[in-house]
Design a protein around this ligand. Sequence first.
Ligand code: HEC
Length: 144
Amino acid sequence: MSIKTVQSLLIIPILTLTTLSTASAHETPTAPDDWLVKESPYTEDDIDKTFIKKAGKLYKRKCKKCHGSKGNGKGSAAADLEVKPPKFNASGYMASRKDGQFFWVLINGSEGTDMEAYGPGTDVSLSEEQLWQLIAYMRASFTQ
Ligand code: HEC
Protein backbone atom coordinates (compact mmCIF):
# COMPACT_ATOMS: atom_id res chain seq x y z
CA MET A 1 0.00 0.00 0.00
CA SER A 2 1.35 3.42 -0.92
CA ILE A 3 1.61 6.18 1.65
CA LYS A 4 -1.09 8.10 -0.25
CA THR A 5 -3.53 5.18 0.06
CA VAL A 6 -2.83 4.86 3.79
CA GLN A 7 -3.34 8.63 4.18
CA SER A 8 -6.69 8.60 2.40
CA LEU A 9 -7.85 5.58 4.42
CA LEU A 10 -7.09 7.53 7.60
CA ILE A 11 -8.58 10.80 6.43
CA ILE A 12 -12.10 9.45 5.83
CA PRO A 13 -12.78 8.36 9.44
CA ILE A 14 -11.22 11.59 10.72
CA LEU A 15 -13.47 13.71 8.49
CA THR A 16 -16.51 11.70 9.53
CA LEU A 17 -15.71 12.19 13.22
CA THR A 18 -15.21 15.93 12.73
CA THR A 19 -18.56 16.26 10.93
CA LEU A 20 -20.36 14.33 13.66
CA SER A 21 -18.88 16.39 16.46
CA THR A 22 -19.73 19.73 14.78
CA ALA A 23 -23.30 18.56 14.16
CA SER A 24 -23.94 17.80 17.81
CA ALA A 25 -22.39 21.10 18.91
CA HIS A 26 -24.47 23.26 16.59
CA GLU A 27 -25.23 26.76 17.76
CA THR A 28 -27.57 29.06 15.88
CA PRO A 29 -25.31 31.61 14.19
CA THR A 30 -25.66 35.27 15.17
CA ALA A 31 -26.57 37.84 12.51
CA PRO A 32 -24.01 40.49 11.52
CA ASP A 33 -24.41 43.88 13.27
CA ASP A 34 -26.01 45.62 10.28
CA TRP A 35 -28.84 43.05 10.41
CA LEU A 36 -29.23 43.09 14.19
CA VAL A 37 -30.23 46.78 14.08
CA LYS A 38 -33.05 46.19 11.58
CA GLU A 39 -36.41 47.00 13.09
CA SER A 40 -39.90 45.75 12.42
CA PRO A 41 -42.13 48.09 10.40
CA TYR A 42 -44.95 47.17 12.80
CA THR A 43 -45.59 49.01 16.05
CA GLU A 44 -47.60 47.82 19.04
CA ASP A 45 -50.66 49.63 17.65
CA ASP A 46 -50.64 47.44 14.51
CA ILE A 47 -50.48 44.21 16.47
CA ASP A 48 -54.12 43.58 17.36
CA LYS A 49 -56.22 40.40 17.37
CA THR A 50 -56.83 40.46 13.59
CA PHE A 51 -53.11 40.84 12.93
CA ILE A 52 -52.22 37.93 15.21
CA LYS A 53 -54.93 35.75 13.72
CA LYS A 54 -53.66 36.34 10.17
CA ALA A 55 -49.98 35.86 11.06
CA GLY A 56 -50.92 32.80 13.14
CA LYS A 57 -52.45 31.17 10.07
CA LEU A 58 -49.24 31.73 8.12
CA TYR A 59 -47.17 30.34 11.02
CA LYS A 60 -49.37 27.23 11.10
CA ARG A 61 -48.95 26.69 7.37
CA LYS A 62 -45.20 27.26 7.09
CA CYS A 63 -43.52 26.94 10.48
CA LYS A 64 -45.55 24.81 12.88
CA LYS A 65 -44.44 21.40 11.56
CA CYS A 66 -40.95 22.07 12.97
CA HIS A 67 -41.38 24.79 15.58
CA GLY A 68 -44.64 23.49 17.06
CA SER A 69 -47.86 25.41 17.70
CA LYS A 70 -46.52 26.53 21.08
CA GLY A 71 -43.06 27.38 19.69
CA ASN A 72 -41.50 24.65 21.82
CA GLY A 73 -39.62 23.12 18.87
CA LYS A 74 -41.69 19.94 18.97
CA GLY A 75 -43.57 20.07 15.68
CA SER A 76 -44.52 16.85 13.93
CA ALA A 77 -41.42 16.96 11.68
CA ALA A 78 -38.93 17.94 14.40
CA ALA A 79 -38.02 14.46 15.63
CA ASP A 80 -36.29 13.60 12.35
CA LEU A 81 -34.16 16.74 12.23
CA GLU A 82 -30.46 16.49 13.00
CA VAL A 83 -30.30 20.05 14.30
CA LYS A 84 -33.41 20.58 16.41
CA PRO A 85 -35.46 23.77 16.28
CA PRO A 86 -34.87 26.03 19.29
CA LYS A 87 -37.43 26.29 22.11
CA PHE A 88 -38.86 29.74 21.45
CA ASN A 89 -40.99 29.42 24.59
CA ALA A 90 -38.06 28.76 26.93
CA SER A 91 -37.80 31.38 29.65
CA GLY A 92 -35.86 34.41 28.40
CA TYR A 93 -35.35 33.06 24.88
CA MET A 94 -37.35 35.66 22.96
CA ALA A 95 -35.88 38.48 25.05
CA SER A 96 -32.35 37.28 24.26
CA ARG A 97 -32.87 37.65 20.50
CA LYS A 98 -33.43 40.82 18.50
CA ASP A 99 -35.99 41.09 15.73
CA GLY A 100 -33.08 41.69 13.31
CA GLN A 101 -31.64 38.28 14.29
CA PHE A 102 -34.91 36.53 13.42
CA PHE A 103 -35.24 38.51 10.18
CA TRP A 104 -31.69 37.56 9.15
CA VAL A 105 -32.33 33.84 9.73
CA LEU A 106 -35.63 34.04 7.85
CA ILE A 107 -34.02 35.76 4.85
CA ASN A 108 -30.88 33.59 4.77
CA GLY A 109 -31.87 30.33 6.41
CA SER A 110 -29.37 28.65 8.72
CA GLU A 111 -26.69 26.76 6.85
CA GLY A 112 -26.31 23.09 7.65
CA THR A 113 -29.80 22.87 9.20
CA ASP A 114 -33.33 22.35 7.89
CA MET A 115 -34.14 25.99 8.55
CA GLU A 116 -34.59 27.24 5.00
CA ALA A 117 -34.55 30.77 3.61
CA TYR A 118 -38.15 32.00 3.33
CA GLY A 119 -37.80 35.50 1.87
CA PRO A 120 -38.62 36.91 -1.58
CA GLY A 121 -37.27 34.79 -4.45
CA THR A 122 -36.91 31.58 -2.41
CA ASP A 123 -39.06 28.46 -2.96
CA VAL A 124 -41.60 29.60 -0.38
CA SER A 125 -41.07 33.27 -1.30
CA LEU A 126 -42.74 35.10 1.57
CA SER A 127 -42.65 38.90 1.34
CA GLU A 128 -40.55 40.90 3.83
CA GLU A 129 -43.84 42.13 5.34
CA GLN A 130 -44.93 38.54 5.93
CA LEU A 131 -41.61 37.74 7.61
CA TRP A 132 -42.02 40.71 9.96
CA GLN A 133 -45.61 39.59 10.66
CA LEU A 134 -44.31 36.14 11.62
CA ILE A 135 -41.71 37.68 13.92
CA ALA A 136 -44.37 39.83 15.61
CA TYR A 137 -46.55 36.72 15.97
CA MET A 138 -43.70 34.75 17.56
CA ARG A 139 -43.03 37.58 20.05
CA ALA A 140 -46.69 37.93 20.96
CA SER A 141 -47.31 34.20 21.29
CA PHE A 142 -44.13 32.66 22.69
CA THR A 143 -42.73 35.30 25.05
CA GLN A 144 -42.59 33.97 28.60
C1 HEC B 1 -38.11 21.96 8.35
C2 HEC B 1 -38.14 22.51 9.69
C3 HEC B 1 -38.33 23.99 9.88
C4 HEC B 1 -39.33 24.80 9.36
C5 HEC B 1 -40.50 24.41 8.46
C6 HEC B 1 -39.08 26.13 9.88
N1 HEC B 1 -37.97 26.13 10.68
FE1 HEC B 1 -37.21 27.71 11.68
N2 HEC B 1 -35.68 26.59 12.36
C7 HEC B 1 -35.54 25.24 12.15
C8 HEC B 1 -34.31 24.79 12.75
C9 HEC B 1 -33.77 23.36 12.74
C10 HEC B 1 -33.71 25.93 13.34
C11 HEC B 1 -32.40 25.99 14.10
C12 HEC B 1 -31.33 26.59 13.20
C13 HEC B 1 -30.01 26.75 13.89
O1 HEC B 1 -29.92 26.53 15.11
O2 HEC B 1 -29.04 27.12 13.21
C14 HEC B 1 -34.61 27.05 13.07
C15 HEC B 1 -34.37 28.34 13.46
C16 HEC B 1 -35.26 29.39 13.32
C17 HEC B 1 -35.04 30.74 13.78
C18 HEC B 1 -33.76 31.28 14.41
C19 HEC B 1 -33.89 31.50 15.88
C20 HEC B 1 -32.72 32.25 16.46
O3 HEC B 1 -32.55 32.15 17.64
O4 HEC B 1 -32.01 32.96 15.75
C21 HEC B 1 -36.17 31.45 13.48
C22 HEC B 1 -36.46 32.91 13.77
C23 HEC B 1 -37.07 30.55 12.81
N3 HEC B 1 -36.50 29.31 12.72
C24 HEC B 1 -38.32 30.90 12.37
C25 HEC B 1 -39.08 30.11 11.50
C26 HEC B 1 -40.30 30.57 10.88
C27 HEC B 1 -40.99 31.90 11.13
C28 HEC B 1 -40.72 29.56 10.06
C29 HEC B 1 -41.88 29.55 9.10
C30 HEC B 1 -41.83 30.52 8.02
C31 HEC B 1 -39.75 28.46 10.21
N4 HEC B 1 -38.79 28.83 11.10
C32 HEC B 1 -39.85 27.24 9.57
C33 HEC B 1 -36.39 24.41 11.44
C34 HEC B 1 -37.48 24.84 10.71
